[in-house]
Design a protein around this ligand. Structure first.
Ligand code: SF4
Length: 517
């Protein structure tokens, strides 16, 4: 180990997972999977190593019968058609055709077995993709502007910066043992396309006049995160030039590694340290590692588009458009992904982007080819012109595959959106997010209407139910949504939401939007 794990001096203050990590680094499990478990099978996997599988990007799938899910990092949501074909091939050969787009722009497979994993790692690596550290207590997928490089509304193309930060941290054993998961966001889009405030570390577009010259760079936010105790990130009084982004990321991550809490798992995220220290002390510590930094400049975020891009839109390159598609509740199949790879080659530049709203963008389409592109059959379901509620419904994995889930979410979310599209006539979009437990992978707290799975007692026994919260938004007026009283049975969610939305429609005043209501 290249650094001294200072927290190891007093093991009595460490939780069980911390002791496991000191005994064997999470990244070591990749070799163990390839050399041992892939040959000896599921029954040979020790409990400790099963926990370390996350560092390989692999989780045990419900009901723990030998199947796994895997997340693949798609940093800033940018992939090539070759990468998309490789992903589709893995889903077809090993994952029963399922491909999920996650709320962190990653791709998720299900139904894998441990025997499949070495070949999957190899296939991913062959196209420059990795599942490594997509899960676990380490720097995960770096989210970013899915329009980076083609965006009229970005201050700069952030793809190289994302790549620089990703290359530094990926498989870096100085940072593979953090107190808890660690999420970064880098975007220069003025509509906050990468949800800065819910990340541990986020860079947002900013400018500052330095020596009479306007410099474009970033503001820095730390300590955001959702789950049972959600926190919005705090802005540091600092302006960072593009060539300082990595240095600052290393500094923030070092502080988390060395000062983050390792006693209780549920209080280990960076947000708890930031809440205790406050942004001023945090910045003081950061500057001890980075050296002096400029004070904050002018914020260039003007709003929040919630990472929705459906429809055909002009790019910053004259004559080119991007097409934003709806992927209902983030799920597509291997054939659809293969088709998207083909059309992106035939009509565009062989590039595909994933979004934090679990959707897909096909960029770089010459304007004169757009009409022909839209005739392709794959766009019948993955449409750029989705129905209103289906277009804004997000769901986590839920109890179909997730061991932590209390209720089913994905299929229910799809059915609820269908019901609302059939029964509610509204001329604006309302964002609806479903999560199956408090961990909040479906980012319930930032939705107009967030639904969190639970159970309720009925004369027939316990049944699925949901707590409802309303009014979440990010950007300049960021606020987490607030819980409504009561709990709604799963079967009643669709009609209850229809009533709630109709109540809003009839009682709003002026141009009041859902989060202001
Ligand atoms: Fe599983 Fe809970 Fe995350 Fe949903 S929110 S995927 S149920 S851990």
């Amino acid at each position: 180990m290249a650094y001294e794990p200072i927290w190891a001096a007093d093991p009595s203050k460490l939780n069980k997972v911390e002791l496991q990590k000191l005994e064997k680094d999470g990244l070591d499990v990749i070799r163990t999977i390839i050399e041992k478990y892939a040959h000896e099978g599921y029954s040979a996997i020790t409990e400790d190593d099963m926990n370390r599988f996350k560092w390989a990007g692999v989780y045990e799938q419900k009901p723990k019968d030998g199947h796994f899910m895997m997340r693949v990092r798609i940093n800033t949501g940018a992939m090539t058609s070759d990468q998309a074909r490789a992903l589709a091939g893995i889903a077809r050969d090993y994952g029963r055709n399922l491909v999920d787009v996650t709320t962190r722009q990653a791709i998720q497979f299900h139904w894998l077995t441990v025997e499949n994993l070495p070949d999957i790692f190899k296939r991913l690596e062959a196209v420059g993709l990795y599942s490594y550290e997509a899960c676990g207590d380490c720097p995960r997928t770096i989210v970013g502007n899915p329009l980076a490089g083609i965006d009229k509304d970005e201050l700069m193309d952030t793809r190289d910066l994302v790549e620089e930060v990703n290359s530094f941290f990926l498989l870096n054993r100085d940072f593979s043992n953090l107190p808890r998961k660690y999420k970064m966001s880098i975007s220069a889009n003025i509509y906050n396309t990468a949800h800065a405030e819910i990340n541990d570390l986020a860079y947002t577009p900013a400018t500052k006049v330095i020596d009479g010259e306007t410099v474009t760079g970033f503001h820095v936010w730390v300590g955001g995160g959702l789950s049972a105790k959600p926190h919005l990130a705090k802005k540091l009084d600092v302006f960072v030039r593009p060539d300082e982004v990595l240095k600052v990321a290393v500094g923030v991550t070092t502080i988390f590694r060395d000062f983050g809490y390792r006693e209780k798992r549920h209080q280990a995220r960076l947000k708890f340290l930031v809440a205790d220290w406050g942004p001023e002390k945090f910045l003081e510590e950061l500057k001890k590692l980075t050296g002096e930094l400029e004070t904050a400049g002018e914020d260039r975020i003007v709003g929040w588009n919630a990472a929705y891009f459906d429809g055909v839109h002009p790019q910053k390159q004259e004559g080119l458009s991007y097409v934003g598609l709806n992927v209902p509740v983030g799920r597509l199949d291997a054939d659809e992904l293969t088709e998207l790879a083909r059309v992106s080659d035939e009509y565009g530049s062989g590039s595909i982007r994933t979004t934090m709203s679990q959707n897909i963008i096909v960029p770089n389409i010459p304007n004169e080819k757009v009409a022909a592109l839209l005739q392709e059959k794959v766009f019948d379901r993955l449409t750029p012109d989705p129905k209103r509620f289906m277009s804004r419904t997000v769901s986590c994995t839920g109890n179909e595959f997730c061991n932590l889930a209390i209720v089913e979410t994905k299929e229910r979310a799809r059915r609820v959106a269908e019901y609302l599209d059939a029964h509610v006539d509204l001329e604006e979009e309302v964002r609806i997010h479903f999560i199956g437990c408090p961990n909040a992978c479906g980012q319930k707290h930032i939705a107009d209407i967030g639904l969190q799975g639970s159970l309720v007692k009925t004369p027939e026994g316990m049944v699925d139910a949901f707590d409802i919260a309303v009014g979440g938004i990010l950007g300049p007026n960021a606020q987490l949504n607030k819980a409504l009283k009561g709990r709604v049975k799963g079967d009643d969610v669709a009609p209850v939401l229809a009533q709630l939305i109709l109540f809003y429609k009839e009682n709003r005043t002026g141009g009041e939007s859902f989060h202001q209501f």
